[in-house]
Ligand binder design. Structure first.
Ligand SMILES: CC(C)(COP(=O)(O)OP(=O)(O)OC[C@H]1O[C@@H](n2cnc3c(N)ncnc32)[C@H](O)[C@@H]1OP(=O)(O)O)[C@@H](O)C(=O)NCCC(=O)NCCS
Length: 188
């Protein structure tokens, strides 16, 4: 049972993550209760949960030329549509959205959407920060936070992303998505 759900959300929104739950570890008012440990390594690079203040940031990243080219719907995104979509995503328990912070600067986003038994991954790094290893790192950080089965669908010409998933030991298969030949990366 979660006894401090609001506190946990606040901690996770600023980069702490749930490290362990010690079952019935502590006696409180005559009852044995769980102890939940949150931790944050003082690091220059970490993920924090996205919140409604990040709407414009995600909008700008989503409309980046390479992000659109590497997605399966290349048209520019309209602000009004994005606002509704983003609000829905951050409030859904079927999605997880994180911002990558590097030296206090937001430099990328990663999202997991539940589709059946797997969580479909979408991610991008701000154009100014690409080619510095942050793509590889953002995937590592999300894998440290979750043990969910993850799937990513990547265009065969997206060499940087293919390399990122290979470096993180995802299993690669070929497939078809929206009539296009694609590479599918899975992590169980
Ligand atoms: C894909 C993306 C997130 C990668 O982020 P990044 O921070 O640039 O990635 P990294 O710096 O970790 O680079 C990953 C590897 O790809 C390599 N790489 C980069 N561009 C490459 C290219 N055009 N061809 C071959 N390899 C390339 C890098 O050299 C690096 O390999 P290394 O570790 O052996 O040097 C980033 O390019 C991006 O945001 N692209 C637009 C959105 C997108 O495509 N998202 C993924 C959708 S599936």
């Amino acid at each position: 049972m979660l006894s401090r759900p609001h506190l946990y959300n606040v901690l996770e929104s600023v980069g702490f993550y749930k490290e362990a739950i010690l079952k019935e570890h502590c006696c409180f008012e005559g009852n044995f209760i769980d102890v939940i440990i949150h931790s944050k390594i003082n690091s220059l690079l970490y993920l924090r949960k996205a919140n409604s203040d990040d709407c414009k940031l995600f909008f700008d990243w989503a409309n980046d030329k390479d992000v659109r080219n590497n997605s399966f719907s290349p048209e520019s995104i309209i602000w009004e549509n994005h606002k509704a979509w983003f609000e829905n995503k951050i409030n859904s328990n079927q999605s997880l959205l994180f911002v990558l912070i590097y030296n206090n600067v937001p430099v990328g986003q990663i999202r997991l959407d539940k589709e059946g038994d797997v969580w479909v991954l979408d991610y991008s790094i701000d154009k100014k920060y690409r080619g510095k290893g942050l793509g590889k790192k953002i995937i590592q950080l999300v894998l440290e936070r979750t043990s969910k089965p993850i799937k990513a669908v990547v265009k065969p010409a997206n060499f940087a992303s293919i390399k990122v998933f290979q470096q993180n030991n995802f299993l690669m298969t070929e497939g078809v998505y929206q009539n296009e030949r694609v590479l599918i990366f899975n992590k169980k």
